[in-house]
Design a protein around this ligand. Structure first.
Ligand code: ADP
Ligand code: 5GP
Length: 219
């Protein structure tokens, strides 16, 4: 396994380990896509699970990179054919995680990032708990959450109101995640997410090559 695939330092990088699934959730506007984007450009060993969605594409989004934008009929077909690892209705649109790229990444020992809501996260916990590290991102205040949605300027006023209303239910699910980070200062929150990822990559149960390493060590 290459050191890049392991994304830990020194000797650690040469000891094989299982791929991990990093699940990031937050209410809309708390900053999880920004943190996810920063992580992906900072860490070549991590790839994004690109979801399918029936939501309309935002001006800044690229089809196939941010999401696969599809019609509802196509979404329901994927769901009914068992091709989604999880799916949910979020703010009135359908979102789902294609199963195949995740299976391939896990088999190859590569790490994947999932930007999904709590309903999807709960389904993933059921399916693959030991391979998942989950982080819930909270905003510092409701005022700041609203301000970020407005500043992002990608959604209509109605959509922003709906997302803020839904955020109250979403935030009650912080308790089901492994880690909780308040995104007040972006650099600080990003550093915290990176620290979690680094530690999770060093977890004993993911380090399948450690048995051989210790055998060699002991001669
Ligand atoms: P989400 O993916 O959780 O819906 P985004 O990542 O799109 O949220 O962030 C919403 C808006 O808030 C974006 O305009 C982003 O640049 C901004 N933002 C993210 N984190 C911070 C932060 N710590 N401080 C100020 N603005 C932030
Ligand atoms: P947005 O429309 O702002 O991109 O995303 C809205 C919400 O849907 C966010 O909470 C985001 O994490 C979630 N989401 C995006 N993709 C998926 C997915 O594949 N499955 C689930 N369950 N939620 C998703």
């Amino acid at each position: 396994m290459s050191s890049e695939a392991n994304a830990v330092d020194g000797v650690n990088a040469n000891i094989a380990r299982r791929g991990l699934m990093l699940v990031l959730s937050s209410p809309s506007g708390a900053g999880k896509s920004t943190i996810a984007r920063n992580l992906l450009s900072d860490d070549p060993a991590l790839s994004l699970s690109v979801s399918v969605t029936t939501r309309a594409r935002r001006g800044s989004e690229i089809d196939g990179k941010d999401y696969h934008f599809i019609e509802e009929r196509a979404f329901l077909r994927l769901r009914d054919d068992g091709e989604l690892l999880e799916w949910a209705n979020v703010h009135g649109n359908l979102y789902g995680t294609p199963r195949e790229p995740v299976s391939k990444a896990m088999q190859a020992g590569r790490d994947m990032l999932f930007d999904i809501d709590y309903q999807g996260a709960l389904q993933m916990f059921e399916a693959a708990r030991s391979d998942i590290c989950s982080i819930f991102i909270l905003p510092p205040s409701m005022q700041e959450l609203r301000a970020r949605l407005v500043r992002r300027a990608e959604d209509t006023e109605d959509v922003i109101e709906k997302r803020l209303e839904n955020s109250r239910v979403e935030m009650q699910h912080w308790y089901e995640y492994d880690y909780v980070i308040v995104n007040d200062d972006l650099n600080a929150a990003f550093a915290e997410v990176k620290a979690v990822l680094k530690a999770e990559r060093l977890r004993r149960d993911r380090r399948v090559g450690m048995h051989d390493f210790v055998s060699d060590l002991l001669g």
